[in-house]
Structure formats: C-alpha cells, structure tokens
Design a protein around this ligand. Sequence first.
Ligand code: SF4
Ligand code: SF4
Length: 194
Amino acid sequence: MEISAAVKKSIRYSVVQNILKHYPCPDTCGAHCCCNGQIHFFEDEVKILTVIDSEKAKKITNEGLCAGLYQMNVPCSFLNASGRCGVYENRPTVCGMYPFKVNTSGNSVGLQPCPVGFLIIRDFAELIVGSFSKSKASDEDKTRIKEEWQKSVALYEAELVDFHSKSILKEMQIPFDELEIFSMFLSSKKAKNS
Ligand code: SF4
Ligand code: SF4
C-alpha cells in the first residue's frame, strides 16, 4: 500500500471527505489555504503530480525533510488562474484534509476555524448540544453544556475574524468517533432535506 493511502486510512480521510462535501469553499476566501503556510506531500503523491505537470512539480522539494516527505512553498504552483486547484483529484492528503489538520494524538483531528472550518464547528456544536438535550441528563446539566458550547462557538467565531492575517489559529480537536457520528448526522440531515 502506498504511504499516502496508509496515512489516509489512519487519519479517517474518507470520513473527512464525507463531511467536507457538505461545505463548499466560498470564492471570497481566495483559496487562502493554497497561498499561505507550507504544503506537504508524500513521495507517491509527488510522483503522480510530476507525471501530471513536471514543470509545476519542480517547486516541490524535500530539502531539510526526512526521506519520503516533501514540501512546496506557497503560493502553490498547481493553483489555477481562477483560484481553484488544478489537480483536485490528485491533490495531496494535507490539502484534501484542510481545514482539518492531523495531530500526533492518534485519536483525534484538529479543525481550523477558517470560513469553512467555522461552519463545521458551528454545526458540530449543534449536533452535540442537540444530542445532549435529548439525553436523560438533568436540566441543569443540559443548560450548562449548552452555555459551554455557545461560549466555545463564540470563541472560534472571534478567531475567524481577520483569519487571513493570522499565522496561527486556535483549532478545535475532534475525536475520531465523534467525527464519524458527525458525518452520519450531516448525511441524515441532507437526506431529510431532499
Ligand atoms: S478550506 Fe478554508 S481557507 Fe481553504 S479555501 Fe476553503 S474556506 Fe478558505
Ligand atoms: S495542490 Fe491544490 S489544493 Fe493543494 S495547495 Fe495546491 S492548489 Fe491548493
């Protein structure tokens, strides 16, 4: 199995895809994540991108990185003139994950409050509060949980303000099992609305 496929399996890549398909990026964002920070690639991803466009892939280097890992300084050379990914079906794992970001915990994934990330955070809070409100917990606990999540959402909303100019964003950590429940929640919500 290629390294990118193995990594995708371990970080619940397919679950993240099922979530992100409900959240198209707004044109107003200007592909911020393709123009800021650094983009990392696995070796098998570099090979495919080199076949697709060897000229653009020349910007990818593994200087200063461990074997098998590569990077490209922004802006990404695969970003096309209309501000969209020119290699979308073959984009690297990190791009397919964003605004989710892998961490080292092994049991959760981070979520950055960019425009799309914040919408996900808001809907995730709706799921958690809604589920808790239907539980057998006391009214006092239900109110407490609701207020805690309202505060949390407000914090990420504040983080979203001027996010284009921030180099670091406070990200939410979501355990893998809750990520899968959220994915099912979005699918059932869509099925009900269609
Ligand atoms: S993932 Fe977030 S930062 Fe990237 S283009 Fe979409 S909204 Fe913008
Ligand atoms: S490969 Fe595509 S999604 Fe990734 S940074 Fe480049 S243009 Fe953006």
